[in-house]
Design a protein around this ligand. Structure first.
Ligand code: SAM
Length: 252
């Protein structure tokens, strides 16, 4: 059953269906590109729909095919993969277009979570739509480290600013803007930089500002740290910080 996919099939009650315009017919032959969210650690965090689509498509575009193979092997999915990442050439992108123009359906996945969230994905969509505006792009929502972290941070997160990875330059300007906005903000950070970043945040926002750190979400060593920036720095100094990290700062 495919009842949840947007359908182009005529309604049952329609009496006479006019023959489609030849150009329209051509468009209907275009393949679909599914943007598929995959787990951020725990392989069980994948939707039924994602598994079905990954099985049904002709080809899976993967950021790192070796990482994606782990999920595919776990779920016994035999669909071929092709690498697509942020450095992929225009030639690769044009090849992807030709698959779609030839009616093949593709799924795009990233190494973890939702493609397009601090991952390659959106620039491919932009490129495809510029060349072939009629290509159908369908999102399959699922895990993202940012939403998992916000869901347990304990701060009001009905409004938040997501910064992806912090920029390397002009941070003071950004921090001043965030201070003025008084809205909670979140970003992805590397374990190597986390202590330095928290120290800088403490200088800008005060050591008593509440912060939340989500480390290795959904994985065996998942750990969550809550407290003032000062408390969290002390706690992290006592534990060797490794793994993937999301930081949420309370707005005030
Ligand atoms: N597309 C992904 C998503 O939907 O969350 C994000 C990809 S981004 C390249 C990778 C960063 O996301 C990591 O450096 C880390 O900051 C964060 N991240 C990914 N998985 C995580 C996890 N299981 N726990 C904590 N942070 C994670």
């Amino acid at each position: 059953m495919d009842g949840f996919e947007p359908s182009t099939s005529p309604s049952r009650t329609a009496r006479a269906t006019p023959a489609p315009h030849p150009v329209l017919e051509l468009y209907q032959m275009l393949g679909t590109l599914y943007i598929v969210a995959t787990p951020i650690g725990n392989l069980e965090d994948i939707t039924f729909r994602a598994l079905r689509i990954l099985k049904e498509v002709d080809l899976i575009l993967a950021e790192d095919t070796r990482i994606t193979k782990r999920i595919l092997t776990h779920y016994d999915i035999k669909t071929p993969t092709l690498s697509y990442h942020q450095h992929s050439s225009d030639e690769k992108k044009n090849r992807i277009i030709s698959f779609l123009v030839n009616g093949q359906s593709l799924a795009l996945v990233s190494d973890a979570g939702t493609p397009g969230i601090s991952d390659p994905g959106n620039e491919l969509i932009d490129y495809l739509l510029e060349k072939e505006p009629k290509i159908k792009i369908i999102p399959l929502p699922g895990p993202a480290a940012i939403t998992a972290a916000l869901s347990v941070c304990g701060f009001r997160a009905n409004k938040f600013i997501f910064l992806g990875f912090l920029p390397k330059k002009k941070r003071t300007k950004l921090f001043n803007w965030l201070k003025e906005g008084k809205i909670s903000f979140a970003f992805y950070e590397s374990p190597k930089r986390i202590l330095k970043t928290l120290t800088v945040l403490s200088e800008h926002f005060g050591s008593d500002r509440r912060v939340f750190i989500a480390r290795e979400l959904t994985k065996i060593h998942e750990s969550l740290y809550r407290g003032t920036i000062e408390q969290v720095i002390n706690e992290l100094q006592q534990n060797l910080v490794k793994g993937e990290i999301v930081v949420v700062m309370e707005g005030k």
